[in-house]
Design a protein around this ligand. Structure first.
Ligand SMILES: [Zn+2]
Length: 261
């Protein structure tokens, strides 16, 4: 007897066809391969995005697409093992993902983005898919969303307390906590421009593409990772999953035109 599954890759094409009639939302996780400190695996962003997408799909009765394991992130290019793809190429690939699903009934996509460098490209991709196929796309990032729901969870780090905790909750076998090091201290690029996990001017976030000096020797930044725990990770993941299970239900209620707008 075949088990019930929320994963597109485990369905036959006929099951996929049926599923799209029942719930035309597809959850698409997007990751990255890059340094996250000497204690974390390179695939942190991919592992977290895939886990979130699969859990939301289960909870919402929707389908999760296989995770896309690469993204864009020139800041960490000096670290071995990093793969950063050209942003124009990524826009085309993600568009093709969506277009393929749209051809056979996918009308709503929920992009679960695991890596900050992908954000701008994903937003352009979503606009392209709306323009050409009339599909509704949502995009979100756990480290941006979670602190807005639960203020005490200040997820602004890279391979730090929160991201490491998420990996500990999902794949504890891949984290070497004895290798966890504090990040190099944040710096001021000028008197009022501060560079830490994000760049700020007079304490307000502004986007500035700078070489991520602060990834330092170990490759993590933001909140120190030494006190990371699976328990904290579970809390963060659950806030995000719960919010998106609700969002998936609400996206389903949006009436979409049959033809492209
Ligand atoms: Zn990350």
């Amino acid at each position: 007897m075949k088990k019930r599954t929320a994963l597109a890759a485990e369905l036959s094409w006929t099951e996929f066809e049926e599923k799209m009639k029942e719930h035309d939302l597809i959850i698409i996780p997007i990751g990255m391969l890059e340094s996250h400190g000497t204690h974390n695996p390179l695939g942190v962003d991919t592992i977290i995005a895939e886990y979130l997408a699969n859990k939301i799909a289960e909870r919402a009765g929707a389908l999760a697409s296989p995770v896309f394991p690469y993204g864009y992130g020139p800041e960490g290019r000096r670290f071995p093992g990093q793969v950063s793809l050209d942003p124009q190429l990524l826009r085309k690939i993600w568009y093709a993902y969506g277009a393929s699903y749209a051809r056979h009934g996918g009308r709503r996509f929920m992009f679960i983005n695991g890596h900050g460098g992908n954000s701008g490209i994903l937003r352009m991709t979503a606009s392209d898919l709306w323009r050409d196929y009339g599909v509704l796309c949502s995009i979100s990032e756990w480290w941006v969303l979670v602190p807005q729901i639960a203020k005490e969870l200040d997820c602004a780090d890279h391979g730090g307390l929160y991201e490491t905790s998420c990996v500990l909750a999902i794949r504890p076998d891949l984290v070497a906590m004895d290798q966890a090091r504090p990040p190099v201290p944040d710096a001021y690029l000028s008197r009022d421009i501060h560079s830490g996990h994000a760049v700020t001017y007079k304490d307000l976030p502004v986007f500035a593409a700078v070489d991520d000096y602060s990834m330092g020797r170990a490759g993590n930044l933001g909140n120190p990772p030494e006190k990371a725990s699976a328990e904290l990770g579970k809390k963060v993941l659950e806030v995000y999953i719960d919010y998106h299970a609700g969002l998936a239900g609400e996206m389903r209620k949006v009436e979409l035109q049959k033809d492209k707008p």
